[in-house]
Structure formats: C-alpha cells, structure tokens
Ligand binder design. Structure first.
Ligand code: PEP
Length: 251
C-alpha cells in the first residue's frame, strides 16, 4: 500500500504572517486526517517559522527548490542540509516554472535530487509535457527523458526518498485538469518506466502525484485511479479550507 501524499506548493505567495495564518487555519482541519502524508511548501523566508508552527501537527514541510552543493561561494542558493536545518522533510525539484523561467534542466534536476537525498530529504521531482508536446504526440517521450535524466544514477533503495509529480504544464494554474483517464495513462506509463529503470518493487512503492488545477471537486476522481498516489496542488493550497478538503479526499 502506498501512503498518498497531498502537497501544497505555495509558490511566490504569502508573507510570514500570512503563512502562519494559513497553517493555523489548516492544522485543525486536517488534525484527524489519517493515512495521508500532508506537506506544505512555503517560500524560503517562511520555512523556519512555519516549521515551528507545524511541530505539533501531522503536516510536513517542503522547500520549493534547493541547490546541489553543501556550501561555498554560491550566492543566493540554499543547500539541502540548510533546508533540513530549517525543518524541512521534503523539497520540490524541477517544477515546470523553474524549468520554464529559471533554466532548470534534467541535469540540474538530477544534481539537486541526489543532493536532497544525500541530505536526508524526500525529493518531489516534477515532470510533465507542454501543450505543444502533447499535441505533437510526444507526452511519453518527454516524460521518459525527464525521468531517466532526472533520476539518473540513483539506486533503487534511494528511490524511497523520491516522490514523482506528473504535472502537465498545460494544466498548471490554467483551470484545465487532465481527465482522470489522461492522468492515469501517464501515471501508468511512469510506473512502468520506473520498473524498467529501478525494478518492480521500487515501481510498486514509488508515489506518483498528479498536479495541475487539482481542486476539492476533482480530487476524488483522480485519487480513484490505480496509479495516482496523491496531488501536488498550487492555487487550491493557498486557502486552508480548499487544501484541507483535498487532503480529506477520502473522508
Ligand atoms: C503547481 O504549482 O504545481 C500546480 C499544480 O498548480 P495549480 O494547482 O494551481 O495548477
């Protein structure tokens, strides 16, 4: 049995005070939620304060990115061990916005993922095709390249510290969700690819999240799919009630 993960990516939203208010609102709404790994990813500057607020809760903390070096002359970067130090258990890597606006490549995703794992974090590694790629029939090829590049050289054992997020770029922040069938098709493909690369038991165990306009009213259908093990949620994670309703999809 794979424990579902519901992760909220707050992107570049919320001051520290706003982040604290969101967490205060969220905690009681999910306090009784069992069997779901709930994760929130605030901006870097709010991480350690949010970590303190989450200490007595069932909500875990993620950063939205990291660097691959531990320390050095790398102005502006944040190392995985510093994220651990701030209270993170997870880090999002390779989000499509980082690929699109900040030059993230499969090679940098790979370096970051290895560094995150070495620091004891769980890496939420994002993949997904653009609309043009889907329309060109290249979805599987794109996702295969991103996964085989992003996870290159990892051991099957270290895959325990990896969660894959399939996020079709055309569905992120657009209100367009992949249909349950469209999403399941790609998730099944990803699981078979993980089996090919890392073996059947790693493929059975790895959690594959769907991301792209997940809302309280579409989460149940997505979660009913055999290979969808959770959601990476953007917009709907910015309000306690909508994120809690998603985390409580099984209630
Ligand atoms: C995301 O940021 O990863 C995301 C899926 O955003 P949204 O839910 O707003 O589409």
């Amino acid at each position: 049995m794979r424990t579902p993960v519901i992760a909220g990516n707050w992107k570049l939203f919320k001051t520290i005070a706003e982040a604290m208010a969101l967490v205060d609102g969220l905690k009681p709404l999910v306090a009784g939620t069992k069997g779901v790994e709930i994760v929130v990813a605030p901006v870097f500057t709010a991480l350690s304060r949010v970590a303190e607020a989450l200490a007595d809760s069932n909500i875990r903390l993620a950063a939205q990115d990291c660097y691959w070096e531990e320390e050095g002359a790398f102005t502006g970067e944040v190392a995985p061990k510093l994220l651990k130090d701030a209270g993170c258990s997870h880090v999002i890597i390779g989000h499509s916005e980082r690929r699109q606006y900040f030059g993230e490549t499969d090679e940098t995703v790979n370096k970051k993922t290895r560094a995150a794992i070495a620091a004891g974090l769980t890496a939420i590694v994002c993949v997904g095709e653009t609309l043009a790629e889907r329309e060109a029939g290249a979805t599987f090829a794109v996702v295969e390249t991103q996964i085989s590049g992003g996870l290159a050289g990892l051991s099957a054992a270290s895959l325990e510290q990896v969660v894959i997020a399939y996020e079709p770029v055309w569905a992120i922040g657009t209100g367009k969700t992949a249909s349950d069938t469209q999403a399941q098709e790609v998730h099944a493909f990803i699981r078979s690819l993980v089996a090919k690369l890392f073996g059947n038991s790693a493929a059975d165990a790895v959690r594959i999240l769907y991301g792209g306009s997940v809302k309280p009213d579409n989460v149940k259908g997505l979660m009913a799919q055999a290979d969808i093990d959770g959601a990476l949620v953007g917009g709907a994670s910015l309000k306690a009630d909508s994120f809690a309703a998603i985390a409580n999809f099984g209630a």
